[in-house]
Design a protein around this ligand. Structure first.
Ligand code: SF4
Length: 297
């Protein structure tokens, strides 16, 4: 992430060319291309938002090259290996090397199950982001060359109180992994029903406007030295997120689908509570310092 005025000018120019807009409070470099190597997955999560998970399709070498060309032509600097589960693809290690040699920052999101494959990627990938699914997601950062992150979904069923979340964060921080917290993205019925975390909602309401940040287009709170991304609170609804699906199709939006959700009045009323504040921050153009939080994600 650039933080001097000269690189900021360059950044703005790049934004114009790639078409990506960035909220003034955004802490991420959004110039990334999500490359879905496969829809196949060795996991079976109830909150899965990938409707195509477990389909057999795999990206071809030709389409992976096409992805790198597209990223180059559109000033996208990050290749984000994704899925399904990207480690299912037999060429994942070669693809990671290829993207690195082409000069990209390369990250991978994984459920952590195929640990032997993941170890082969250590030192090639800039960042490995493990979704938290128990012990196989926890690693000692000091034993790895790549930077490790632990991405955790926060729902009240797992973390009934703020105190339980605090305890969890402090414990997991001992691994040296970067901790990233998310609430559920309401794109299917399960995530719609479980998106509301009352103590985080309270925290959002109590936090001064100038301490609400933006991560990957959504509002972010700072808590115990980590970022909590409130996935149902968009600060930049017009954002673009480039992705290539395993069949080689490039899309400008990573929202892969929205299944029919049956909304209910109680949930809509709860969400309404923070709406004024959300709208206020969304349109606030006052510059704020991102120094303290820029490494949260
Ligand atoms: S690991 Fe990811 S893709 Fe696989 S089932 Fe779980 S959420 Fe879905």
């Amino acid at each position: 992430m650039e933080n001097n005025s000269n690189s900021q000018d360059n950044y703005n120019a790049l934004v114009n060319r790639s078409g990506i807009t960035k909220h003034i409070r955004e802490i991420m470099d959004l110039r990334e291309l999500y490359v879905l190597l496969s829809y196949e997955c060795n996991g079976n999560c109830e909150y899965c938002i990938e409707r195509n998970a477990h389909q057999k399709s795999m990206i071809t070498d030709e389409n992976f090259n096409k992805a790198l060309d597209f990223a180059r032509e559109n000033d996208l600097h990050i290749i984000f290996l994704h899925g399904g589960e990207p480690t299912i693809h037999p060429n994942v290690v070669e693809y990671a090397k290829q993207a690195k040699e082409a000069g990209f920052l390369v990250k991978m999101f994984t459920n952590g199950i195929a640990i032997e494959t993941i170890k082969k990627l250590d030192g090639i990938l800039d960042e490995i982001i493990f979704s938290y699914r128990g012990d196989y997601s926890l690693h000692d950062q000091s034993k790895w060359k790549s930077s490790l992150s632990l991405q955790i979904l926060v729902a009240e069923s797992d973390f009934p109180t703020l105190e339980s979340l605090r305890k969890f964060i402090l414990e997991k921080k001992k691994t040296g992994m970067k901790i990233r917290l998310h609430t559920l993205n309401p794109v299917n019925q399960y995530s719609y029903d479980n998106q509301y975390v009352s103590y985080l909602e309270d925290m959002f309401m109590q936090t001064p406007d100038n301490q609400i940040y933006c991560v990957n287009n959504k509002a972010m709170l700072s808590f115990e030295g980590v970022g909590i991304r409130l996935t149902n609170k968009s600060l930049n609804p017009m954002h673009l997120k480039y992705s290539m699906s395993p069949d080689g199709e490039i899309r400008k939006n990573f929202k892969r689908y929205f299944e029919e959700i049956v909304k209910n009045d109680a949930m809509e009323e709860l969400l309404q509570r923070s709406n004024d504040k959300l709208m206020r921050i969304r349109t606030d153009t006052t510059p704020i310092s991102l120094e303290e939080v820029k490494n949260f994600f």
